[in-house]
Design a protein around this ligand. Sequence first.
Ligand code: SF4
Length: 500
Amino acid sequence: MSPTVMVTGIGGPRLTLGFDRFDRLDLDRHLAVHGKLETPALDDLVTMAEQVDLRGRGGAGFPFARKLMAVAAQITRSTTLLPGEKAGARRPAEDAVVVVNGAEGEPGSRKDKVLLSRAPHLVLDGAAIAASALGTQRIVVAVEDDESARSIRAAIAERRMPARVVRLVDRFISGQAGAVVRAVNGETPIPPGRKVRVAESGVDGCPTLLSNTETFAQLAVLTSLGADLYASAGTQDEPGTTLLTVGGTKVVEVPFGTSLRTVLDHCEVSAAQGVLVGGYHGMWLSPLDAARAVLSRRGMRAVGGTVGAGIVLPLTEGTCPLGETTRIASYLAAQSAGQCGPCRLGLPDVVRALNALADGSGGLDDVRRAAGIGRGRGACSHPDGTARFVLSALEAFAADIELHRIGGGCGQPVFGVLPLPVPTGDEGQVAIDWSRCDGHGLCAYLVPELIQLDRYGFPVVLGTDIPPWMERDVQRAVAMCPALALRVITGVPRSPARRP
Ligand code: SF4
């Protein structure tokens, strides 16, 4: 984990207990701080998780008890068939797999890396508790960076645990449950083209309990404290604490029910132009809504926001909100798996509509139409999440957008304050040599996702990185350009400051 991540808290620490004394809790330190692992029976674990309404902390907020029960319904610990049960209908319990999803494809999230690198035994405790309750020893920890992998491997070795570590690629969509299972199974780590229930058929086709890193750490804390003590922090409806990543560089543990303003003050950041909550599939809040927002699912819903994966990104003064939103939408368009129309063609259209809105040549309705076309029709949540992010910007930045609409700009540059992955230098973008291009339009026919023709028949290029799934099509278009005008350029800065 990058040393630039600061970990702090409001109220008493739980997941981050001991962080004030130790950089990393090895097994001895972990036992000294958190005590010995308790392993409750499945029924007791389900009851406890229901009592505190423990939910996944990866963004979707699915109830953990229901996940556990869904896997339990697919397995049996007995070789004797239940009345009416067909042979082979359930898998032996030892086939079940517990997967810790350590993917943090959201560039603004650091909390799971913090846990994996500093409190690996707390995460492994949670995974071991779930595995023991289900009657299996099969545990997989999927991570995406070297430091997490090193830390978790060392912890597994310390406790001589039969667990496997799998490396994921660091892409926005790689953390989706189906994509993680595919990665663990050695397949291309993208969401499957159809909805799958990993509780029924996940790793090696076996019933799989997959949850986010923080969720397993919360499960360990819940088992250690018991439901009553766990509920002594947070609100009555939403007990406990949660981890937030604020501004991409600070991880803060807070009790549910803490006001967003308290968190921003604690982190010494201002919400001068608004706050993005829930990450790049989340929502923008106006400064007014941010001032009255409370960090809980209910509190966020009340102002049109979401807790999501605990990402809080304040937009400081001086940068163009619409430009920042367009910059992230371009990134998201290039991150798609390209498996369905809403991703392949819909997301580039959203970026085009945003660019047109920014330069005053397009309107709000064009953005709404582009964002709404594929709603609910994607193979995964990427198009819907991106649309949600973009549409919320139209509400939160209405005044800025009006300046763009009237005057083609708001007078502020785009500083690129929202975090994006550090470019590797290999990312390519399509470019056109205007001294050669004679407007055949063949390129727009071959790669309509990236190139469209203007009203004079000349190509207009979408300024995003070329998604991996389009590389072959782009190479073909380059090879077929009759005027040798089409090129791929690399090393383009991803977040250039744009002058007003
Ligand atoms: S195919 Fe080549 S010449 Fe034709 S419009 Fe595209 S870039 Fe221009």
